[in-house]
Design a binder for this molecule. Structure first.
Ligand SMILES: [Fe+2]
Length: 466
């Protein structure tokens, strides 16, 4: 049985139907069955990869938060014919005064590939809650985009984050991005949980597939910040072709404001945005005791002021709680090191990718174990985060559709479908989360949950009975 605590008649009927269809041991395994075919990468001449017209036109334009609090933006783009200009011109809506910011450019070689000129420019001292236009390029080939800065950081500021992971560049990836863009509950900033282009699956890790990916996602990420997390496909390590510097393409192409949170590397950092404190961790950098990431997180968590940013969100690539037969327990070593802190500091939610499916956990922890006591089963814990696996962006490796059975008690809902999610903060106590599968209409929610904040409103918000 899958008994429900919530008592709406509809929910009870739905539960009865699902329970009859899918035996489980606590949570729900969705009965939705998706066609198992995988869609390949979109061909190079696809319209979504089109190079913008004009000599040396800026392409692959993308933005991310540029400081700790949301008053700066990092604008990045690529030029291929010549270096071009590093300047971003920008102006507030309703203002004719144009400001100018100077950036830097870089390029890299990867095996037999040489990148274009990759520009990064931090635009500082922006006003909160303001729409800005920005222009990159010079001469006849300038391109103009816009973004809206977040409201000033504060405890009751409503704000909606989108969530995508493991996107890749297949026809399914395109469907996921379209569904995200057309979701009527608009995400204002996207939290990206790692594995971007999957270029490393090509012979010699053909980095032209990083360029196509940059052009593919521009239609969203040029207009709203994506907060980046590094996944295993960003490692780009291949000793056999002489490429032994981890994260080389990723770290040249995607700059993040890691120094603003006193991090010493771009793979772990934090930002505040509206009423959220977002901590990004790296599953593929050292994280054990005494590592740089360990000491950074050790100092970072006590800095989170829940009176200023009530919502504490963690992003990582490899999930800690995952009941699919893919990447099973790969997150375990990091869990052992950091989970006691997540419980102590009452993290609200952890988003991860890596497993190409969807799963939402109960609030559980597994911190009692030591090497002799045998206490190694996850237990319900109201101070623990909800763990959400959202690695279902639709990449070329296809779906993870083989689950461990029976469904573990810690798993509240799981389904092997591609999709995206939104996390919509209403105030300091409530946030509405919903997951959307690609087969449905844009407004349809396939899973949802009201989150009660762990600091301000730490009552039971489980959607299923324990
Ligand atoms: Fe991955």
């Amino acid at each position: 049985m899958c008994p429900y605590k919530k008592t709406s008649v509809l929910a009870v009927i739905a539960a009865a139907v699902l329970a009859a269809a899918v035996p489980c041991n606590g949570g729900i395994t969705s009965s939705f069955v998706r066609s198992p075919e995988k869609s390949g990468d979109m061909p190079l001449d696809s319209d979504v990869f089109k190079v913008p017209p004009g000599y040396n036109a800026p392409q692959q334009v993308h933005i991310t938060q540029g400081d700790l609090v949301g008053k700066a933006v990092i604008v990045s783009w690529v030029t291929v014919d010549e270096p071009g200009s590093n300047i971003v011109l920008y102006w507030a809506e309703n203002s004719s005064y144009k400001y100018k910011a100077n950036g830097i450019k870089t390029k890299y070689k990867f095996c037999n590939y040489t990148s274009g000129y990759i520009h990064h420019c931090t635009v500082n001292k922006l006003e909160y809650d303001t729409k800005y236009y920005y222009e990159v390029g010079v001469g006849n080939t300038t391109r103009t985009f816009w973004f809206t800065t977040p409201p000033e950081v504060g405890p009751d500021v409503p704000y909606t984050f989108g969530l995508i992971g493991d996107l890749g560049q297949t026809f399914d990836s395109n469907t996921t991005l379209t569904h995200y863009e057309k979701n009527p509950n608009k995400g204002q900033t996207l939290l990206y949980v790692g594995d971007l282009s999957y270029a490393d699956r090509y012979p010699l890790q053909d980095n032209t597939r990083w360029d196509t990916w940059g052009r593919f996602v521009e239609r969203s990420v040029a207009y709203q910040p994506w907060i980046w997390t590094a996944g295993n496909h960003e490692l780009s390590y291949d000793r056999t072709i002489g490429e032994t510097t981890p994260f080389k393409p990723y770290s040249h192409r995607f700059h993040v404001p890691y120094k603003a949170s006193n991090s010493t590397a771009p793979f772990w950092y934090s930002v505040k945005r509206a009423s959220a404190y977002i901590i990004v961790l790296s599953s593929y950098s050292a994280y054990s005791k005494y590592s740089p990431q360990y000491w950074w997180l050790y100092e970072e968590l006590p800095k989170v002021n829940r009176s200023e940013t009530p919502w504490l969100i963690v992003l990582m690539h490899s999930p800690w709680y995952n009941s699919y037969n893919y990447h099973y327990m790969e997150g375990e070593t990091m869990r052992v090191v950091y989970e006691p802190w997540f419980v102590e500091y009452k993290v609200d939610v952890v988003f991860a990718g890596h497993v190409h499916a969807y799963e939402r956990s109960e609030r559980v922890s597994n911190v009692a174990y030591n090497i002799v006591n045998g206490l190694c089963s996850p237990v319900s814990n109201p101070s623990a985060p909800v763990y959400i696996t959202i690695g279902d962006g639709g990449n070329v490796e296809g779906l993870a559709n083989n689950m461990t059975e029976p469904q573990p008690k810690y798993s509240a809902f799981r389904e092997a479908s591609f999709g995206h999610a939104t996390f919509s903060i209403k105030n300091r106590t409530h946030a509405y989360y919903s997951w959307h599968r690609n087969q449905d209409g844009y407004a349809v929610e396939a899973d949802s949950m009201w989150f009660f904040n762990r600091f301000w409103h730490p009552i039971d918000d489980s959607t299923t009975a324990a």
